[in-house]
Design a protein around this ligand. Structure first.
Ligand SMILES: Cc1cc2nc3c(=O)[nH]c(=O)nc-3n(C[C@H](O)[C@H](O)[C@H](O)COP(=O)(O)O)c2cc1C
Length: 243
């Protein structure tokens, strides 16, 4: 693994430890480090923490996938897994867990006492270039767990993890409603968070249970074609906003 030295990590990452002792290119010796995900690790070099990224991943566009349901057999999650397969080369998808984010309380930031799970979530999202939301509808809106993640990532306002990142939304429902209300409530928040949201095609999946076979695979050709069109349009949006 070739490592680049990056900026000092944000609060909340100095934990572990995973013992590491390696020399790379004759330059760095890590005494201990913390593997954050497959692409990033936080290491200590001469007592100072550094964020290190795998070199090969630097040119990849990272798409974070946030699922608005924590249910084990979630249709949203299964749909998201199918959609993740449709991204082209150069795009890396990563499911970001939102289930352990504490209920957001503004005091966390006002009193500089941000829970570790929120700091971790913010840090992860900072590494992400764009966001795909796949969500059911709860009572004509988005599930609280997803709104909580949106809120937790939005503060401190000047450091919002969402700012300027392209986004796309798929809503689903096992019934006929297809999550239209959730889709548009989420859009309303994303506008305020300055996320350019994919406009067309809109993705409202009705009768979602029937779309998935017993292995959680979507096999209906028309649906696959539509989802590919959706991903292609999202990719075009991401390309447009690349810095
Ligand atoms: C609290 C709650 C509220 C719900 N409200 C709606 C709703 O407004 N519209 C709808 O189409 N389905 C509604 N449903 C049904 C969900 O669409 C269904 O449970 C779906 O499977 C949830 O998505 P998941 O499979 O990804 O967990 C609701 C379910 C729950 C638990």
């Amino acid at each position: 693994m070739t490592l680049d030295r990056g900026p000092v990590p944000e609060q909340g990452w100095d934990k572990g430890p995973v013992p590491l002792s390696r020399k790379e290119n004759g330059m760095f010796v890590y005494n201990k480090g913390y593997i954050v995900d497959s692409a990033i690790l936080v290491a200590h070099y001469s007592g100072f923490p550094y964020v290190c990224k795998k070199k090969g991943d630097l040119n990849m566009t990272k798409v974070g996938i946030l699922v608005g349901s924590l249910r084990k057999e979630s249709f949203s999650k299964k749909i998201a897994e199918n959609v993740a397969e449709l991204f082209p080369e150069g795009y890396e998808t990563e499911f970001v867990n939102i289930g352990d984010i504490p209920l957001y309380n503004q005091d966390f930031d006002d009193e500089n006492n941000v829970p570790e799970e929120i700091a971790t979530f913010r840090y992860k999202m900072k590494q992400i270039d764009a966001v795909l939301f796949v969500t059911p509808e709860y009572n004509r809106s988005i599930p609280a767990v997803l709104k909580n993640a949106v809120d937790a990532g939005s503060r401190p306002k000047s450091e919002s993890v969402w700012n300027g990142k392209p986004a796309a939304i798929i809503s689903q429902s096992p019934g006929n409603l297809s999550g239209f209300g959730a889709n548009h409530h989420l859009r309303q928040s994303l506008v305020s968070l300055n996320m350019p949201v994919l406009q067309q095609p809109e993705a409202y999946l009705a009768n979602s249970a029937a779309l998935l076979d017993e292995n959680g695979i979507i096999s209906n050709e028309g649906t696959i074609q539509f989802l590919q069109l959706f991903v292609d349009a999202f990719v075009a949006l991401m390309e447009k906003y690349k810095g």
